[in-house]
Ligand binder design. Structure first.
Ligand SMILES: Cc1cc2nc3c(=O)[nH]c(=O)nc-3n(C[C@H](O)[C@H](O)[C@H](O)COP(=O)(O)OP(=O)(O)OC[C@H]3O[C@@H](n4cnc5c(N)ncnc54)[C@H](O)[C@@H]3O)c2cc1C
Length: 452
């Protein structure tokens, strides 16, 4: 850290309602840790904000001292965008309030709220917004990048339900976006990431939800191919009351495994789609049952900051037998657990959403297929990263638009992949917004939409 920055830290401490953490502080290492243990960066200063004014103060400090800025919500970015070397982290992890407006059917999440915070608050009223499947993920980070989860078929992407935002722009001004005010900005926030400002709160539409039928169905060994085909055929019927995700993996004995996570919200006590999944030959374990939505949100969990991650994938037009065989071959050939291929279905409300709602270009895709390498040992970095890249390359011939999923992108994705996630026209609209709200690209540690 430069001497000048060090000398000014006391001043920053005095002007912030929150706390300032620097490398000499005991909590520094915990505060700079990301979900992805592959990322190990040492910022000069972490400004843990507690009110929107703190965000403006921190941005002002970064501008004065010419420091790079990173924004941290839940810390889950696989690319580690929430932390930078030698710069300033705007840490929103202490701003985790969620305010439910039952009458309006809306909930407002503060900038650092997690899905656990959000679901706990909204489920008290038996209400829900479609979000992510791991509860420690940040609401704002996920929503700004799209948002695929257990209720995507029923209610669309998380960003489809974004109806309001309060941002602090890089120049420190506070900007509100609603369906009546700054509507173009609201359009851009639905999938355009953290490019235009730091969201101190986002407001979402709520839906009634009491219980779901969900959990995990697990298949192992030679039956996995047929089970994956059956999963594909079930979701091809586009049931709006059944979201469904699948995860291919390899167990300790190096046999392929498939976990299918249905989330059914309809009224049928024995829906045909679930029956089809449960009756697939070779089902090894059936954990599907009526449960609360909070329990459904525990189906997938993952330890924070322990594993190294590298993810890469494509939205695909279809999931033909040929691609299923290729994915299985690659999982088995790698011969080392745990590597995963995640297959998220985009049927239902995500596909039906009004095209003008956002710039997202992948609505016509059938699935989001992502190679997810997960490992612990630093000496295996190269091998795992190469596996994820090669597997993504093998998926590419079926790619819907050539673009990747904003929320899963690593930092090394070329701008063409970011552009293709929107298409040329929408990307240029996002660039115009960037030029207006962040002309100097202060917020560039993200899936960047450059101003020019
Ligand atoms: C274990 C795991 C599970 C996941 N599950 C899902 C899932 O089910 N569905 C899905 O769609 N995605 C999922 N993701 C991806 C996740 O949505 C994105 O990585 C998202 O960016 C994480 O947000 P965060 O706030 O937790 O992360 P952070 O690393 O804190 O933030 C990532 C970036 O988001 C932006 N950002 C975050 N908060 C704000 C804010 N308040 N204002 C402005 N910009 C902000 C910034 O650019 C920041 O650098 C998952 C990721 C992990 C690691």
């Amino acid at each position: 850290m430069s001497e000048q920055v060090e000398e000014s830290l006391d001043e920053l401490r005095l002007s912030l309602a929150g706390t300032v953490i620097n490398p000499a502080d005991a909590e520094y290492d915990a505060a700079r840790r990301c979900f992805n243990a592959l990322i190990d960066r040492r910022p000069a200063v972490i400004a843990r904000c507690v009110v929107p004014g703190d965000v403006a103060t921190a941005l002002d400090f970064a501008r004065t001292h010419d420091l790079e800025v990173a924004v941290r919500g839940g810390g889950h970015s696989p690319a580690g965008h929430c932390v930078c070397d030698d710069g300033l982290v705007i840490d929103l992890s202490a701003m985790r309030g969620v305010h439910v407006d039952n009458d309006q059917g809306l909930a407002r999440a503060d900038g650092g709220a997690t899905w656990f915070d959000y679901d706990s608050a909204t489920q008290l009223h038996r209400l829900v917004t479609p979000g992510g499947v791991v509860r420690s993920t940040g609401v704002c980070g996920l929503a700004l990048g799209g948002g695929i989860g257990h209720l995507t078929a029923q209610h669309g992407l998380t960003c489809d339900n974004l109806v309001g935002a309060e941002l602090v722009a890089p120049d420190g001004s506070v900007i509100v976006a609603t369906p009546d005010e700054n509507t173009e900005l609201l359009w851009g926030l639905r999938g355009g990431g953290g490019n235009f400002g730091v969201a101190t709160s986002l407001t979402f539409r709520l839906f009634p939800l009491d219980r779901v039928v969900g959990g995990l169905l697990e298949y192992r060994g030679s039956v996995v191919r047929d089970a994956l085909r059956r999963f594909r055929d079930v979701v091809a019927q586009s049931p709006h009351d059944l979201s469904c995700q699948a995860m291919l993996a390899l167990d300790e004995s190096l046999a392929p495994t498939l976990a299918v996570a249905p989330c059914y919200t309809g009224s049928d006590s024995d829906p045909a789609e679930l029956r089809a999944l449960r009756s697939a030959p070779g089902l090894m374990s059936d954990g599907v049952r009526p449960q609360s939505f909070l329990d459904q949100q525990l189906v997938f969990d993952s330890p924070y900051g322990e594993n190294r991650h590298y993810w890469k994938g494509h939205f695909v037009r279809e999931l033909p037998d040929e691609l299923i065989d290729e994915l299985l071959r690659r999982i088995v050939a790698f011969g080392r657990p745990p590597v995963h291929v995640s297959i998220e279905s985009l049927h239902g409300a995500a596909k039906d959403a009004d095209a003008g709602l956002s710039g997202i270009a992948y609505r016509g895709a059938a699935f989001n297929v992502s190679a997810m390498a997960v490992w612990r040992e630093p000496n295996l970095d190269e091998q795992h990263i190469a596996w994820a890249r090669d597997t993504a390359a093998a998926i590419e011939p079926w790619s819907y638009s050539g673009g990747g999923y904003f929320n899963y992108m690593q930092a090394d994705e070329p701008i063409e992949r970011v552009r293709a996630a929107f298409g040329d026209d929408a990307f240029e609209r996002l660039q115009a917004l960037k030029k207006r709200y962040d002309p100097n690209n202060v917020l560039r540690r993200n899936q960047n939409v450059p101003p020019t």
